[in-house]
Design a protein around this ligand. Structure first.
Ligand SMILES: Nc1ncnc2c1ncn2[C@@H]1O[C@H](COP(=O)(O)OP(=O)(O)OP(=O)(O)O)[C@@H](O)[C@H]1O
Ligand SMILES: [Mg+2]
Length: 350
Protein backbone atom coordinates (compact mmCIF):
# COMPACT_ATOMS: atom_id res chain seq x y z
CA UNK A 1 0.00 0.00 0.00
CA UNK A 2 1.30 3.42 -0.92
CA UNK A 3 1.66 5.46 2.25
CA UNK A 4 0.56 9.05 2.22
CA UNK A 5 3.38 11.52 2.60
CA UNK A 6 2.63 14.25 5.15
CA UNK A 7 5.88 16.12 4.93
CA UNK A 8 8.66 16.08 2.36
CA UNK A 9 11.91 17.73 3.33
CA UNK A 10 14.66 18.12 0.76
CA UNK A 11 18.21 19.36 1.34
CA UNK A 12 17.13 21.60 4.17
CA UNK A 13 19.88 24.00 5.19
CA UNK A 14 19.57 26.21 8.27
CA UNK A 15 22.00 28.81 9.50
CA UNK A 16 22.35 31.30 12.34
CA UNK A 17 24.29 34.46 12.60
CA UNK A 18 26.09 34.85 15.88
CA UNK A 19 28.33 37.83 16.56
CA UNK A 20 29.14 38.27 12.89
CA UNK A 21 29.89 34.58 12.33
CA UNK A 22 27.72 31.99 10.56
CA UNK A 23 26.76 28.81 12.41
CA UNK A 24 25.66 26.04 10.06
CA UNK A 25 23.12 24.18 12.21
CA UNK A 26 21.38 21.95 9.64
CA UNK A 27 23.51 20.91 6.70
CA UNK A 28 21.22 19.65 3.97
CA UNK A 29 18.79 17.08 5.38
CA UNK A 30 16.22 15.20 3.29
CA UNK A 31 13.50 13.31 5.09
CA UNK A 32 9.86 12.32 4.60
CA UNK A 33 7.16 11.83 7.20
CA UNK A 34 4.32 9.43 6.42
CA UNK A 35 0.77 9.42 7.66
CA UNK A 36 0.26 7.65 10.96
CA UNK A 37 3.88 6.87 11.67
CA UNK A 38 6.06 7.72 14.63
CA UNK A 39 9.39 8.94 13.34
CA UNK A 40 12.05 9.34 15.99
CA UNK A 41 14.93 11.75 15.54
CA UNK A 42 17.87 10.92 17.79
CA UNK A 43 21.26 12.52 18.26
CA UNK A 44 23.45 14.21 20.83
CA UNK A 45 22.80 17.66 22.20
CA UNK A 46 23.49 20.29 19.57
CA UNK A 47 23.03 17.96 16.59
CA UNK A 48 20.23 20.18 15.26
CA UNK A 49 17.11 18.17 16.16
CA UNK A 50 15.16 21.13 17.55
CA UNK A 51 16.27 23.64 14.96
CA UNK A 52 15.40 21.23 12.13
CA UNK A 53 11.84 20.66 13.36
CA UNK A 54 11.17 24.17 14.61
CA UNK A 55 11.70 25.38 11.06
CA UNK A 56 8.49 23.52 10.08
CA UNK A 57 6.58 25.86 12.38
CA UNK A 58 8.32 29.13 11.63
CA UNK A 59 9.80 29.04 15.12
CA UNK A 60 13.47 29.69 14.35
CA UNK A 61 14.91 32.46 16.45
CA UNK A 62 15.37 35.81 14.74
CA UNK A 63 19.05 35.29 13.96
CA UNK A 64 18.30 32.04 12.09
CA UNK A 65 17.05 31.38 8.58
CA UNK A 66 16.48 28.63 6.05
CA UNK A 67 19.37 29.08 3.65
CA UNK A 68 18.37 26.39 1.16
CA UNK A 69 16.23 23.37 0.40
CA UNK A 70 12.53 22.85 0.90
CA UNK A 71 9.93 21.44 3.28
CA UNK A 72 6.51 20.74 1.79
CA UNK A 73 3.53 19.97 3.98
CA UNK A 74 1.00 17.66 2.28
CA UNK A 75 -1.38 17.12 5.17
CA UNK A 76 -3.73 20.02 4.53
CA UNK A 77 -6.58 20.56 2.12
CA UNK A 78 -4.27 21.77 -0.63
CA UNK A 79 -3.30 18.62 -2.57
CA UNK A 80 -0.30 20.32 -4.10
CA UNK A 81 1.18 20.96 -0.67
CA UNK A 82 2.40 24.03 1.16
CA UNK A 83 6.03 25.09 0.85
CA UNK A 84 6.82 25.88 4.46
CA UNK A 85 10.17 27.49 3.75
CA UNK A 86 8.43 30.13 1.63
CA UNK A 87 6.15 31.31 4.43
CA UNK A 88 7.23 34.71 5.66
CA UNK A 89 4.35 36.39 7.38
CA UNK A 90 3.31 35.52 10.91
CA UNK A 91 -0.30 35.54 9.80
CA UNK A 92 0.43 32.65 7.39
CA UNK A 93 2.32 30.69 10.03
CA UNK A 94 -0.70 30.89 12.32
CA UNK A 95 -2.60 28.76 9.79
CA UNK A 96 0.01 26.01 10.11
CA UNK A 97 1.13 26.28 13.72
CA UNK A 98 -0.99 24.24 16.07
CA UNK A 99 -3.70 23.76 13.51
CA UNK A 100 -1.76 21.57 11.06
CA UNK A 101 1.49 20.94 12.91
CA UNK A 102 1.66 21.16 16.69
CA UNK A 103 4.70 20.99 18.93
CA UNK A 104 5.22 19.81 22.48
CA UNK A 105 8.34 21.10 24.17
CA UNK A 106 10.58 19.62 26.80
CA UNK A 107 9.55 21.90 29.63
CA UNK A 108 5.77 22.02 30.04
CA UNK A 109 5.97 25.06 32.32
CA UNK A 110 7.15 27.27 29.47
CA UNK A 111 4.15 26.35 27.32
CA UNK A 112 1.54 26.91 30.04
CA UNK A 113 0.28 30.24 31.30
CA UNK A 114 0.75 30.13 35.10
CA UNK A 115 -2.02 32.72 35.64
CA UNK A 116 -4.84 30.88 33.90
CA UNK A 117 -6.69 27.68 34.74
CA UNK A 118 -5.72 24.71 32.66
CA UNK A 119 -9.33 24.28 31.57
CA UNK A 120 -9.44 27.74 30.04
CA UNK A 121 -6.14 27.10 28.25
CA UNK A 122 -7.39 23.91 26.62
CA UNK A 123 -10.69 25.56 25.80
CA UNK A 124 -8.96 28.45 24.12
CA UNK A 125 -7.18 26.03 21.76
CA UNK A 126 -10.49 24.35 20.92
CA UNK A 127 -12.30 27.63 20.23
CA UNK A 128 -9.43 28.81 18.07
CA UNK A 129 -9.04 25.69 15.99
CA UNK A 130 -12.38 23.88 15.95
CA UNK A 131 -15.72 25.18 14.83
CA UNK A 132 -17.62 24.70 18.08
CA UNK A 133 -19.45 26.92 20.55
CA UNK A 134 -18.59 27.53 24.20
CA UNK A 135 -20.71 24.72 25.67
CA UNK A 136 -19.28 22.15 23.29
CA UNK A 137 -15.79 23.46 23.95
CA UNK A 138 -16.25 22.86 27.69
CA UNK A 139 -17.47 19.34 27.02
CA UNK A 140 -14.57 18.67 24.69
CA UNK A 141 -12.08 20.03 27.23
CA UNK A 142 -13.28 17.40 29.71
CA UNK A 143 -12.90 14.73 27.04
CA UNK A 144 -9.36 15.79 26.21
CA UNK A 145 -8.45 15.82 29.89
CA UNK A 146 -9.73 12.26 30.14
CA UNK A 147 -7.93 11.33 26.93
CA UNK A 148 -4.61 12.34 28.42
CA UNK A 149 -5.31 10.42 31.61
CA UNK A 150 -6.26 13.23 33.99
CA UNK A 151 -8.80 12.08 36.53
CA UNK A 152 -11.64 14.19 37.92
CA UNK A 153 -11.60 16.55 34.90
CA UNK A 154 -14.35 18.80 36.36
CA UNK A 155 -12.17 19.58 39.36
CA UNK A 156 -8.94 19.77 37.37
CA UNK A 157 -10.51 22.17 34.86
CA UNK A 158 -10.54 24.94 37.48
CA UNK A 159 -6.97 24.41 38.69
CA UNK A 160 -3.78 26.27 37.82
CA UNK A 161 -0.56 24.79 36.37
CA UNK A 162 1.26 24.95 39.73
CA UNK A 163 -1.32 22.56 41.20
CA UNK A 164 -0.13 19.85 38.79
CA UNK A 165 2.94 17.61 39.02
CA UNK A 166 5.52 17.68 36.21
CA UNK A 167 4.09 14.58 34.51
CA UNK A 168 0.53 15.90 34.79
CA UNK A 169 1.57 19.25 33.37
CA UNK A 170 3.09 17.50 30.37
CA UNK A 171 -0.26 15.72 29.93
CA UNK A 172 -2.03 19.08 29.92
CA UNK A 173 0.38 20.41 27.29
CA UNK A 174 -0.36 17.35 25.20
CA UNK A 175 -4.11 17.96 25.65
CA UNK A 176 -3.67 21.53 24.39
CA UNK A 177 -1.73 20.31 21.35
CA UNK A 178 -4.43 17.72 20.55
CA UNK A 179 -7.15 20.31 21.04
CA UNK A 180 -5.69 22.26 18.12
CA UNK A 181 -6.63 19.25 16.01
CA UNK A 182 -3.27 18.93 14.23
CA UNK A 183 -2.22 16.28 11.73
CA UNK A 184 1.42 16.28 12.69
CA UNK A 185 2.57 16.29 16.30
CA UNK A 186 6.19 17.12 17.00
CA UNK A 187 7.34 16.12 20.47
CA UNK A 188 10.67 17.70 21.34
CA UNK A 189 12.13 15.68 24.23
CA UNK A 190 8.70 15.44 25.88
CA UNK A 191 9.95 13.21 28.66
CA UNK A 192 13.46 14.45 29.39
CA UNK A 193 12.46 16.40 32.48
CA UNK A 194 10.46 13.48 33.91
CA UNK A 195 11.47 10.43 35.89
CA UNK A 196 11.61 7.05 34.23
CA UNK A 197 8.19 5.66 35.19
CA UNK A 198 6.41 8.86 34.19
CA UNK A 199 8.44 8.89 30.96
CA UNK A 200 7.08 5.49 30.03
CA UNK A 201 3.51 6.59 30.79
CA UNK A 202 3.80 9.68 28.60
CA UNK A 203 5.18 7.59 25.73
CA UNK A 204 2.29 5.13 26.10
CA UNK A 205 -0.09 8.06 26.05
CA UNK A 206 1.45 9.38 22.83
CA UNK A 207 1.07 5.96 21.25
CA UNK A 208 -2.59 5.85 22.20
CA UNK A 209 -3.34 9.38 20.99
CA UNK A 210 -1.60 8.73 17.71
CA UNK A 211 -4.03 5.89 17.07
CA UNK A 212 -7.12 7.71 18.26
CA UNK A 213 -6.46 10.96 16.40
CA UNK A 214 -4.60 9.47 13.41
CA UNK A 215 -1.57 11.64 14.04
CA UNK A 216 1.80 11.50 12.39
CA UNK A 217 4.38 11.98 15.11
CA UNK A 218 7.96 13.22 15.13
CA UNK A 219 9.56 12.27 18.43
CA UNK A 220 12.82 14.00 19.26
CA UNK A 221 15.11 12.50 21.86
CA UNK A 222 18.78 12.10 22.64
CA UNK A 223 18.03 8.70 24.18
CA UNK A 224 17.80 5.85 21.72
CA UNK A 225 16.43 3.71 24.55
CA UNK A 226 13.08 5.50 24.63
CA UNK A 227 12.39 5.01 20.93
CA UNK A 228 12.57 1.21 20.89
CA UNK A 229 9.00 0.83 22.09
CA UNK A 230 7.30 3.55 20.17
CA UNK A 231 9.02 4.49 16.89
CA UNK A 232 8.27 3.02 13.48
CA UNK A 233 11.33 4.64 11.94
CA UNK A 234 14.42 6.24 13.39
CA UNK A 235 16.57 9.02 11.91
CA UNK A 236 19.99 9.53 13.46
CA UNK A 237 21.40 13.04 13.40
CA UNK A 238 24.98 14.09 13.88
CA UNK A 239 26.37 17.63 13.64
CA UNK A 240 23.47 18.98 11.61
CA UNK A 241 23.29 16.06 9.22
CA UNK A 242 21.24 12.85 9.08
CA UNK A 243 23.77 10.03 9.09
CA UNK A 244 21.40 7.06 9.08
CA UNK A 245 17.69 6.34 8.73
CA UNK A 246 15.79 3.09 8.84
CA UNK A 247 12.93 1.23 10.42
CA UNK A 248 13.22 0.81 14.18
CA UNK A 249 14.25 -2.82 13.63
CA UNK A 250 16.93 -1.86 11.13
CA UNK A 251 18.44 0.78 13.39
CA UNK A 252 18.53 -1.51 16.42
CA UNK A 253 19.39 -4.83 14.82
CA UNK A 254 21.32 -3.82 11.73
CA UNK A 255 22.83 -0.39 12.34
CA UNK A 256 25.50 0.67 9.87
CA UNK A 257 26.86 4.07 10.82
CA UNK A 258 29.63 4.14 13.45
CA UNK A 259 27.79 6.98 15.18
CA UNK A 260 24.67 4.84 15.51
CA UNK A 261 26.91 2.10 16.92
CA UNK A 262 28.26 4.57 19.44
CA UNK A 263 24.75 5.65 20.46
CA UNK A 264 23.69 2.04 20.92
CA UNK A 265 26.83 1.29 22.89
CA UNK A 266 26.05 4.09 25.29
CA UNK A 267 22.55 2.83 26.11
CA UNK A 268 22.24 2.24 29.85
CA UNK A 269 20.78 -1.21 29.10
CA UNK A 270 24.07 -2.07 27.39
CA UNK A 271 26.17 -1.50 30.48
CA UNK A 272 27.63 -4.53 32.20
CA UNK A 273 27.19 -4.65 35.94
CA UNK A 274 30.24 -3.22 37.64
CA UNK A 275 31.71 -1.66 34.50
CA UNK A 276 31.54 1.94 33.51
CA UNK A 277 28.95 2.97 30.97
CA UNK A 278 30.37 3.65 27.52
CA UNK A 279 30.37 7.29 26.58
CA UNK A 280 31.32 8.54 23.14
CA UNK A 281 34.84 10.01 23.31
CA UNK A 282 35.52 13.56 22.13
CA UNK A 283 33.09 16.30 21.19
CA UNK A 284 31.10 17.12 18.06
CA UNK A 285 32.77 19.47 15.55
CA UNK A 286 32.26 23.22 15.62
CA UNK A 287 29.37 24.18 13.39
CA UNK A 288 31.02 27.53 12.62
CA UNK A 289 33.68 25.91 10.45
CA UNK A 290 33.02 23.90 7.32
CA UNK A 291 33.33 20.19 7.96
CA UNK A 292 35.61 18.05 5.88
CA UNK A 293 34.90 14.37 5.28
CA UNK A 294 32.68 12.39 7.65
CA UNK A 295 31.89 14.70 10.57
CA UNK A 296 32.12 11.78 13.03
CA UNK A 297 35.56 10.60 11.84
CA UNK A 298 37.64 12.29 14.59
CA UNK A 299 35.62 10.41 17.24
CA UNK A 300 35.38 7.16 15.36
CA UNK A 301 37.99 4.54 16.29
CA UNK A 302 37.10 2.65 13.10
CA UNK A 303 37.49 5.64 10.78
CA UNK A 304 39.07 5.03 7.39
CA UNK A 305 41.54 7.41 5.74
CA UNK A 306 38.94 8.62 3.28
CA UNK A 307 36.62 9.60 6.16
CA UNK A 308 38.90 12.54 6.91
CA UNK A 309 38.95 13.72 3.31
CA UNK A 310 35.65 13.20 1.59
CA UNK A 311 32.08 13.31 2.84
CA UNK A 312 30.45 9.91 2.23
CA UNK A 313 27.25 9.66 0.18
CA UNK A 314 24.26 7.65 1.38
CA UNK A 315 24.56 3.96 0.73
CA UNK A 316 21.32 2.06 0.55
CA UNK A 317 21.08 -0.96 2.80
CA UNK A 318 17.42 -1.71 2.03
CA UNK A 319 14.62 0.31 0.44
CA UNK A 320 13.88 1.72 3.90
CA UNK A 321 17.42 1.91 5.25
CA UNK A 322 20.39 4.07 4.28
CA UNK A 323 23.52 5.32 5.98
CA UNK A 324 26.13 7.92 5.14
CA UNK A 325 29.36 6.02 5.81
CA UNK A 326 32.27 4.90 3.65
CA UNK A 327 32.15 1.56 5.46
CA UNK A 328 29.28 0.64 3.14
CA UNK A 329 31.36 1.23 0.03
CA UNK A 330 32.07 -2.15 -1.60
CA UNK A 331 35.80 -1.32 -1.49
CA UNK A 332 35.83 -0.69 2.26
CA UNK A 333 37.53 -3.17 4.60
CA UNK A 334 35.31 -5.24 6.87
CA UNK A 335 35.42 -3.89 10.40
CA UNK A 336 34.23 -5.82 13.45
CA UNK A 337 31.05 -4.57 15.10
CA UNK A 338 31.30 -3.14 18.62
CA UNK A 339 30.38 -5.78 21.24
CA UNK A 340 27.09 -4.14 22.28
CA UNK A 341 25.89 -3.93 18.68
CA UNK A 342 26.80 -7.59 18.21
CA UNK A 343 24.90 -8.46 21.37
CA UNK A 344 21.76 -6.58 20.26
CA UNK A 345 21.92 -8.29 16.86
CA UNK A 346 21.85 -11.64 18.57
CA UNK A 347 18.79 -10.55 20.48
CA UNK A 348 20.60 -10.22 23.77
CA UNK A 349 19.32 -6.82 24.78
CA UNK A 350 15.80 -6.11 23.52
N1 LIG B 1 19.36 31.17 18.06
C1 LIG B 1 20.51 30.51 17.84
N2 LIG B 1 21.63 31.20 17.56
C2 LIG B 1 22.80 30.56 17.33
N3 LIG B 1 22.93 29.24 17.33
C3 LIG B 1 21.85 28.50 17.59
C4 LIG B 1 20.57 29.08 17.88
N4 LIG B 1 19.68 28.10 18.11
C5 LIG B 1 20.37 26.95 17.98
N5 LIG B 1 21.67 27.17 17.67
C6 LIG B 1 22.72 26.18 17.44
O1 LIG B 1 22.28 25.23 16.50
C7 LIG B 1 22.79 23.95 16.81
C8 LIG B 1 21.63 22.96 16.88
O2 LIG B 1 20.86 23.26 18.02
P1 LIG B 1 19.57 22.42 18.45
O3 LIG B 1 18.94 23.15 19.55
O4 LIG B 1 18.76 22.12 17.25
O5 LIG B 1 20.22 21.07 18.98
P2 LIG B 1 19.45 19.80 19.57
O6 LIG B 1 19.88 18.62 18.77
O7 LIG B 1 18.00 20.08 19.69
O8 LIG B 1 20.12 19.68 21.02
P3 LIG B 1 19.45 19.30 22.46
O9 LIG B 1 19.43 17.80 22.53
O10 LIG B 1 20.42 19.90 23.43
O11 LIG B 1 18.10 19.93 22.53
C9 LIG B 1 23.56 24.08 18.10
O12 LIG B 1 24.92 24.21 17.80
C10 LIG B 1 23.02 25.36 18.70
O13 LIG B 1 23.98 25.99 19.49
MG1 LIG C 1 16.70 20.31 21.27
Amino acid sequence: MERKKMLEVKDLDIRFELRGKILHAVRGISLDLYKGEVLAIVGESGSGKSVFTRSFLGLLEKNGWVAGGSAVYYGGNDESGVELTAIEREKDWIKIRGHEIAMIMQDPMTSLNPLRTIGSQIMEAILLHQKVGRMDAIKKTMEYLEDVGIEEPEKRFEQYPHEFSGGMRQRVVIAIAIACNPRILICDEPTTALDVTIQAQILDLLKELRRKYKLSVILITHDLGVVANIADRVAVMYAGDMVEIGTCEEIFYDPRHPYTWALLSSLPQAGQKGTELFSIPGTPPSLFASIQGDAFAPRNPRALKIDFVKCPPYFEVSPTHKAKTWLLDPRAPKVPLPPVVEKIRKGGLF
